[in-house]
Design a binder for this molecule. Sequence first.
Ligand code: NAP
Length: 242
Amino acid sequence: MIKGKTAIVTGASRGIGEAIAYKLASMGANIAVIYAGSKESAENVAKLCEEKYKVKAIAYNCDVANFDMAKETINKIKADFGAVHILINNAGVTRDGLVAMMKEEDFDKVLDTNLKGTFNMIRHSVGLFLREKEGCIINISSISGIMGNAGQANYSASKAGVIGLTKSVARELASRNIRCNAVAPGFIATSMTENLVNDAILKAIPLGRVGKVEDVASAVAYLVEADYITGEVIKVDGGMAI
Ligand code: NAP
């Protein structure tokens, strides 16, 4: 069903985004691999998509927090691929700290990347979806945006914002055959979490293990094909936020 379609995956140079890029490529989608600084890694992801899955894939440097750069990048993708059908907003950062001591720049950086970056990419893609008379947007939130998390006031606020954004966009664009859903991961093994796993965290996960990037990619793949689901948030957290 998604064979031959074009998917933009932000933050696809590593971690969860890389796994999403491979999963969608394995289903036959062409992939625009967006990265911020990891050029070599992003180009390797694109190369692997092309060599292993025989799809078209190109890496693009884009700071999703930058409104104009997001617009230029999406225009380039349109010129290179001809159309865009799927947008996965996965790029994200953390700047953890207690709220009483949190620096303004750390609050802004996280909100700008995680929430405004998601808005920027949606804002500039919608015209292309309207032209195609179809669109699928999936935003990567977090269970921190559902439960809150001490030490992550900025991150939780950004990820809760992503859920509100998802539901509004879903309502606004449903009549134009554009769906918008979110995936809220719990604890997934990536560079974002590599020094954070401990016994207390494992005890808080009913399934007793940290998630794999492929666990999140599978939920994204499901939502891409789930034609009658919009405005939904799927947790991929081993039960942590039950
Ligand atoms: P990661 O390994 O740290 O990778 C982050 C990705 O985002 C990288 O590809 C990075 O690009 C990209 N990125 C960062 N800032 C960007 C910007 N301004 N513009 C464009 N790209 C940018 O993170 P991850 O663990 O895979 O997380 C992916 C998403 O899942 C994030 O939204 C995160 O909040 C969410 N999430 C993760 C977990 C978890 O446990 N890991 C849990 C819940 C939610 P470069 O490589 O070029 O820097």
